[in-house]
Design a protein around this ligand. Structure first.
Ligand SMILES: *[C@@H]1O[C@H](CO)[C@@H](O)[C@H](O)[C@H]1NC(C)=O
Ligand SMILES: *[C@@H]1O[C@H](CO)[C@@H](O)[C@H](O)[C@H]1NC(C)=O
Ligand SMILES: *[C@@H]1O[C@H](CO)[C@@H](O)[C@H](O)[C@H]1NC(C)=O
Ligand SMILES: *[C@@H]1O[C@H](CO)[C@@H](O)[C@H](O)[C@H]1NC(C)=O
Ligand SMILES: *[C@@H]1O[C@H](CO)[C@@H](O)[C@H](O)[C@H]1NC(C)=O
Length: 564
């Protein structure tokens, strides 16, 4: 019934760290009443600190303070004696009266709360932010993209509030990247693909042989057996596509794509929802955004363009650089009455660059969405077992496989990549591995134990055997036809795999809704217990990285494993 090869393997990505000394980074104000929340040993990979003076009268920053959810939840749900409104009010008061007001912050104008009441946002001059969280803010530049952000390499919170606060941002989380690794303009491909689709030069299994070279909707629909399914629940079955980094999905390109590859879908479109200042510039179509949206089946879908990480302009009056991508987007969703049943995200970064407190907070919020009936799919990354030289950033400079977050969060479904048909094999860049932040969840303990039995001592010391293994499933991820500015490109990356898997999950939800059943919600317990039986078993492929050949596909059915 469904997609992809499951149970590929495991491993992770990353790249390495540019060791920059933390000179001049100690907080301006040493406060013994503060307790450290997070500190980087080095400036994260791909970033450099600029020598720019931040001026108080010009630069403000919006700090987002995440109140501890565990405590909030326990008090809200388990102690029936507690008045919910009263408790959240008490929390809020402890943080702002006991901390913010004593620094002269005007609560009525400078502070706001998220819809779920669990985040406070306070806008203050940079120097005051530095005192509040014991930080030293600097301008950092991304050496790859040129993006500039304001961050600190360490921060703290008041000791007496440490148990009430999960995380404060923007502080030490620098952002993430998309998982589109290759993109080639191949205009001529269009004709070739069309020819193959119309002449129906089938290989064994009914999949057009052209799918070995170019992935079109026909390929995915035949390969994953959805070609004869007609959706009936479009009025209530939504697919969400999360977009960041100024990637805009283009309406005209989608129609061109449909005309070429899915004439029956021509005329159907998507809605763009702009979150936190996210843009929607139709004159600048994004390759990533168009890839993510075009290979969705023609169900109604929503493209979330979430802002953050704008170019930093020294001359602007205000730094609205909250770059709180996940939190902003999650806060937006929490205030909606309708949330798509299936959401795909093709962004992430090396787990080690994401502060543990932030990763934990975001991962827990994903769990809450799953409980609300939302299936969250994330690309597993494009670095094999790890991109670059795989050095750890904890100051020890060891070479380790590098996992990807959010793919490593146990409450999301992480999607790796495959390529070719008959047989479909794991694609070399498909990232996979084991988390250093999140323990192995029980739903995958049997699968991971069997994998380790086969793996033996290979790569011992390169990965964390107690961590959550990823990806959970895989789907086609290379040579996707994507129309950008009217021209067909070939795009590869697990950025293609997650939207593909999401489109299949959406069709399953369509069927469930038509039977009066609820949406699938968090997929993994079902996938690992019974759902895997509906997937194709991918039995070959490996994901090189970190100077190794990477892990080999591990077949659930016990075949195809060769020790490297
Ligand atoms: C890894 O790569 C980074 C950046 O190129 C370099 O600074 C570092 O020395 C390398 N580490 C090793 C162990 O090769
Ligand atoms: C929640 O949504 C309502 C209606 O759109 C809006 O007025 C309100 O400001 C939102 N609240 C937050 C905290 O975003
Ligand atoms: C498909 O992608 C692979 C890289 O994964 C590349 O070697 C191959 O040439 C691509 N096929 C075409 C037709 O471009
Ligand atoms: C789809 O339907 C057509 C026409 O009924 C049939 O010939 C074909 O075998 C079906 N394909 C699949 C994959 O079931
Ligand atoms: C290994 O993963 C566990 C979570 O399962 C974590 O607590 C531990 O710190 C990790 N070890 C290393 C060396 O990162």
């Amino acid at each position: 019934m469904v997609p992809a090869g499951i149970l590929v393997t495991v491993a992770a990505a990353a790249t390495c760290i540019f060791a920059t000394p933390l000179k001049g980074s100690s907080p301006r104000v040493a406060n013994r009443d503060l307790v450290k929340k997070h500190a980087h040993v080095q400036v994260p990979r791909d970033w450099e600190m600029l020598d720019v003076h931040l001026e108080d009268h010009r630069h403000t920053i919006s700090l987002q303070i995440g109140l501890k959810q565990e405590i909030l939840m326990r008090e809200l749900f388990f102690d029936k004696q507690l008045d919910v409104a009263l408790m959240t009010f008490i929390y809020f008061r402890q943080v702002h009266d006991g901390w913010l007001t004593e620094h002269g912050i005007d609560i009525s104008t400078a502070v706001s709360r998220s819809a779920a009441l669990d985040w406070l946002k306070v806008t203050v001059p940079i120097s005051l932010a530095e005192i509040l969280v014991g930080a030293k803010y600097n301008v950092f530049r991304n050496k790859v993209t040129g993006a500039r952000v304001i961050r600190t390499l360490e921060y703290s919170v008041p000791r007496r509030l440490a148990n009430h606060i999960d995380v404060v941002q923007p502080t030490t989380f620098f952002g993430f990247r998309d998982f589109k690794t290759h993109s080639h303009v191949k205009g001529i491909i269009t004709n070739k693909a069309n020819a193959a689709d119309t002449t129906k030069s089938y290989t064994v299994g009914g999949v057009p042989s052209s799918c070995n070279d170019i992935i079109t909707p026909s390929c995915l629909r035949t390969l994953y057996n959805s070609i004869n399914y007609t959706a009936t629940q479009s009025a209530k079955n939504l697919v969400g596509v999360a977009g960041y980094l100024n990637q805009y999905a283009n309406y005209a390109d989608l129609q061109t794509f449909f005309l070429q590859y899915r004439p029956d879908a021509t005329g159907s479109s998507f809605t763009t929802v702009q979150v936190n200042g996210g843009g929607n510039d139709q004159s600048h179509p994004g390759v990533e955004a168009n890839l993510d949206i075009q290979h969705q089946f023609p169900d109604p879908h929503v493209y979330y363009s979430t802002g953050g990480s704008p170019p930093y302009l020294p001359d602007s009056n205000t730094v609205t650089n909250t770059n709180e991508p996940y939190a902003e987007w999650l806060n937006y969703l929490a205030n909606q009455t309708t949330i798509p049943q299936t959401i795909t995200t093709s962004y992430g970064d090396d787990e080690q660059t994401v502060p543990l407190d932030y990763a934990t907070r975001v991962c827990n919020t994903f769990a809450q969405l799953g409980a609300l009936g939302v299936s969250l799919l994330f690309s597993s990354g494009d670095g094999g077992v790890g991109a670059g030289n795989c050095t750890t950033n904890d100051g020890t400079n060891q070479v380790k496989f590098l996992p990807i977050f959010p793919a490593s969060c146990p409450f999301v479904t992480s999607v790796g990549g495959t390529t070719r048909v008959s047989p479909e094999v794991g694609v070399s860049f498909s990232q996979g591995g084991f988390s250093n932040y999140f323990a192995r969840p029980s739903y995958q303990s049997a699968a991971v134990s069997s994998f380790f039995q086969t793996l033996g001592a290979t790569y011992s010391g390169y990965y964390n055997a107690s961590g959550r293994g990823f990806p959970d499933i895989s789907a086609q991820g290379d040579n996707f036809s994507v129309v950008v500015s009217g021209i067909t490109h070939l795009v590869g990356g697990t950025s293609a795999s997650s939207p593909t898997a999401a489109s299949i999950i959406a069709l399953l939800n369509d069927f469930r809704l038509s039977q009066g059943k609820p949406s699938l919600g968090f997929l993994n317990p079902w996938l690992y217990s019974t759902g895997y039986q509906g997937l194709n078993d991918i039995t070959s492929g490996n994901n090189p990285g970190c100077g190794t050949k990477g892990f080999l596909c591990w077949s659930r059915l016990g075949s195809g494993y060769v020790v490297l």
